[in-house]
Write a protein that binds this ligand. Structure first.
Ligand code: BGC
Length: 888
């Protein structure tokens, strides 16, 4: 199992700031906001340590540009408050804490004022070059989509600059780019500039290329491909390609500093030259076609003769769409060596042992010039051991490499990504393959483990599905012709995602696209970025507009996400209310998918929709309160209460039944406080009875599945929650694991004994929504969470749930304050619990025990309050070791 582990926290007896961040990122280049947010975490092993005050000083070019002075209090973030930031400038910043230490970091700005852009969008005039027609072998089906599309273009320009002391490049594309300087690839981002709502925001990246610039002329070069801009996107054949534009375009702006302090600024323009090259075709869904015979050695070096290249066409100079890239780029984060290589009649099947999103690096030995080596990718093998690709639908996921005839050749595609575990290599047998794992490089934030193999595998599968589907935007799946930012998938998985990784920057950026996509009426589309104009306003999908900002705020404590999102949250709730004046959401339900992919039942669509309506009204009220809009907060609180009344009148019977009588119906109603208090035990009883009547089997789909653990354990039914967790009959997580799943399946019946593979029209083996149980593994089983009303884990709640087959469980999580941890183990009749609370936090720890009087902390009796099978006690920061009596 390959789960990245958490970096060490500085240890020691004194309080220390560490892990400094600017705008939720480590040392970012290209910061564009005039008021960046600076934050830090705290470490100390001394009990009760807390920060009393902090002071930040920011320097640039040797001068102090901001001194916050000593600021009393426990805040671990501050908005920059100094002199206006200059473009393309490095700022070093130092935070000091009292008591304790200091730490230093830096950030760099990008383009601070739109009028500083000089670069034009350049591209290729399609009339001058015939489109790429892939040659086909006899009998080989030819893709309707790859044929006829123009080949990727190569661009270059040589600059003669006076001696430089620093060089930065801001670069982006309407399309995808790879930037090169003096023969070297620049940066380690993949699929740059990433996917956003290009109509309104095109992100640019900033690179420090000082080290690549020697004393002589500087060659700036780039390869440009279609990507999301003009390549295949989604499944809708009518509009899937060229959705944003017909041809990709490049924009590069270079800023060089000279010894005397002056700057040269150069941008893309008609003096750049362009040509085709060995990369004949590149498409995110279809794959790449690379003909090594067409390489032009030195094409990205100053001395190259580009007289046969054409001048680049200037497309336009629209700068208002340019925004600084705000999230971590996609990167290759891991290499996978195959676990099995099976040669067969001219086709070798390579098994990476893990379903991933990414690509392969291929090494070819002894292939004659012109030999075509074909790489097909798939998630599974069919019964005969061949590659199974039916579930990819029209995504070809095929790369072709045409050999140049050198003794050893290496190929790795650049502008495509596949969802796969297996690769079929044909066309040559002496080959070597390494899997390259790609995803948005969100820092690892949490770890979970336990004594049970299957549960560990489940968490591994969840993590791998998160990695495979956070590829610039949160997608549903990485393999078929879809890969879209489905809003419900993102929303239900977000709590799990936040435990696994620091997704603050990733989701904040996505929310900007969500706001761009909202219709004039306030409806939120089913997918963001918005590419399916007709689908919007769907219950549980559109509610991402409220659920995502609120959850990000609670986890990361950054109020700005609410300030930015509140208008959009309000417009969404107002839209639903406007069309449903009796507050039962049955009109304007968009594509209403219900409890998507539920197993064998049908949850009432009105129940689900109205529960989400109540939730969205409530979160909007809370958000307005945080932002200080008292009137709006009261308005939405009133609306929430009226929706609640309407829900009870319409759907809750006098004996606590919820219309439809399904697990998801009860889960939604209970989780969102829609059952009147006196009826709660009865409603819980109906939920439990349904599970028991079915032999402890779940029926939940996307909307209900993540609530099973939390709701059952909140009402004292851990045993039942554990039964579901450990189950391996259909439908369960264990069922897929028994079948060898290494990621979370889209559907409970992705493969069954009776029917084999599930419906090819929709059967992804890497889809995280049903993995939203992960938050309960962290927050329930290991028990790391925060109190209701706590923000940024200021008041952690450690409430582990020993049970099921587990002997022990452990989780660590990097909160904005610092590391939080919980680890329990049952041995004989004793339970041991170790917790770690970050400085400044005030935690409540529920020590599970069958005898509250037996609880000791490092051998000393503990005072607390006995609550439902535990002793609840309050602790300050530090490490604690509890023991308690425990009888199964
Ligand atoms: C996607 C989903 C999505 C759903 C909406 C599917 O095609 O893969 O995960 O939420 O459509 O019904």
């Amino acid at each position: 199992m390959v789960n990245p582990s958490l970096p060490e926290v500085p240890a020691g007896d004194a309080l220390r700031p560490y892990d400094l961040r600017c705008e939720h990122r480590g040392t970012p280049l290209g910061i564009g906001t005039p008021v960046p947010r600076l934050s830090w975490r705290l470490a100390s092993d001394r009990r009760g340590d807390a920060q009393d005050a902090y002071r930040i000083r920011v320097h640039s070019r040797g001068a102090l540009v901001w001194d916050s002075g000593w600021v009393e209090g426990q805040d671990v973030s501050a908005d920059y408050g100094g002199a206006p930031l200059a473009s393309f400038t490095r700022y070093t910043w130092r935070v000091e804490t009292r008591p304790g230490g200091a730490a230093e970091s830096w950030f760099e700005t990008g383009v601070m004022h739109q009028d500083e852009w000089v670069a034009a969008w350049i591209g290729h005039d399609p009339e001058t070059e015939p489109p790429f027609e892939p040659p086909t072998d006899e009998g080989e089906p030819r893709s309707a989509r790859t044929a006829g599309l123009p080949a990727p273009r190569y661009f270059r320009r040589v600059l003669d600059l006076p001696p430089v002391t620093a060089v930065r490049i801001a670069c982006t594309a309407r399309g995808l780019y790879e930037l090169r300087v003096n023969g070297h690839r620049v940066g380690d981002g993949e699929l740059t500039p990433g996917w956003t709502d290009y109509r309104q925001r095109v992100p640019y990246q900033v690179y420090d290329v000082t080290d690549l610039a020697g004393d002589g002329p500087l060659c700036v070069a780039a390869i440009l491909a279609d990507g999301w801009w003009s390549g295949s996107l989604g499944w809708d054949m009518r509009q899937q390609a060229q959705r944003y534009g017909r041809r990709p375009q490049l924009l590069v702006q270079l800023v060089a500093e000279h010894e005397n302090g002056s700057r040269t600024v150069v941008g893309t323009d008609g003096r750049w030259r362009e040509s085709t090259g060995p990369l004949r075709h590149a498409d995110l869904l279809m794959g790449e076609w690379y003909d090594a015979r067409l390489e032009q050695p030195g094409w990205d070096l100053p001395g190259f003769d580009d007289s046969s290249w054409a001048p680049a066409g200037v497309v336009d100079t629209a700068h208002d769409v340019l925004v600084p890239s705000a999230a971590e780029p996609v990167r290759v984060t891991q290499d996978l060596v195959p676990v099995d290589v099976r040669p067969g009649d001219g086709r070798t099947i390579v098994d990476l042992g893990q379903n991933i999103a990414g690509r392969v690096r291929l090494v070819v030995r002894g292939a004659p010039a012109g030999a075509r080596i074909t790489l097909r990718h798939g998630e599974a093998l069919d019964d005969d051991g061949g590659l199974y690709t039916a579930n990819l639908r029209s995504a070809e996921a095929t790369d072709h490499y045409v050999a140049a005839g050198a003794p050893v050749e290496t190929f790795e595609p650049r502008f495509t990504v596949h969802g796969f575990r297996y690769v079929e290599v044909s066309g040559h047998t002496d080959v070597e393959v390494v899997g390259r794992v790609m995803h948005s490089d969100t820092p690892v934030a949490g770890e979970f483990s336990c004594s049970d193999d299957m549960v560990r595998r489940l968490m591994s599968n969840i993590r791998w599905s998160q990695r495979g589907n956070f590829v610039s935007v949160p997608t549903d799946c990485p393999q078929r012709d879809e890969r879209l930012g489905w809003t419900a998938d993102a929303q239900v998985f977000l709590p799990t995602a936040c435990y696994n990784a620091d997704v603050a920057a990733f989701f904040t950026d996505w929310l900007a696209d969500l706001r761009c996509a909202q219709t004039a009426e306030g409806a939120v589309p089913d997918v963001v970025p918005h590419v399916m104009t007709e689908r919007h306003g769907t219950p549980g999908w559109g509610d991402a507009a409220t659920v995502v900002p609120w959850h990000l705020y609670r986890v990361y404590g950054d109020e700005r996400v609410l300030r930015d999102s509140l208008p959009s949250m309000r417009r969404w709730v107002d839209h639903v209310e406007r069309h449903n004046p009796d507050l039962i959401w049955r009109n304007r339900t968009g594509s209403h998918y219900g409890d998507w992919l539920q197993a064998g039942v049908r949850t009432s669509r009105e129940v689900m929709a109205t529960a989400y309506f109540a939730l969205s009204a409530e979160l909007t009220s809370k958000a307005a309160a945080v932002v200080g809009d008292v009137a709006a907060s009261a308005h939405y609180a009133g609306l929430r209460s009226r929706i609640g009344d309407a829900f009870v009148r319409a759907f809750v019977s006098a004996d606590g039944r919820v219309t439809g009588d399904t697990q998801t119906g009860y889960l939604l109603a209970l989780a969102h406080g829609l059952i009147p208090e006196p009826l709660v035990p009865a409603a819980v009883g109906h939920l439990v009875a349904d599970l028991e009547d079915r032999g402890r089997r779940l029926t939940t789909g996307f909307a209900g599945v993540g609530l099973l653990g939390p709701v059952l354990s909140a009402h004292g039914h851990h045993d039942l929650a554990y039964s579901l967790l450990h189950d391996d009959r259909y439908p369960s997580w264990g069922y897929s694991i028994k079948r060898g799943a290494t990621t979370i399946w889209e559907r409970w019946d992705g493969w069954t004994e009776e029917g084999g593979f599930g419906p090819v029209a929709m059967n992804s083996f890497n889809h995280y929504a049903l993995g939203s149980v992960g938050a309960w593994l962290y927050g329930g089983v290991a028990g790391i969470g925060q109190e209701e009303g706590s923000v940024g884990f200021r008041r952690p709640l450690i409430r582990p749930l020993p049970g099921g087959r587990l002997r022990w469980a452990a989780a660590s999580y990097d909160t904005p304050l610092g590391r939080l941890g919980s680890q329990w183990e049952v041995e004989g009749d004793t339970l041991r619990l170790e917790v770690r609370i970050p400085p400044g936090a005030e935690a409540t720890v529920h020590v599970p025990t069958t005898d509250p009087a037996s609880v000791r902390e490092s051998g000393t009796p503990v005072t607390g309050e006995a609550v439902g099978g535990a002793l609840a006690c309050r602790v300050a920061s530090g490490r604690y070791e509890f023991t308690a009596a425990w009888a199964r």
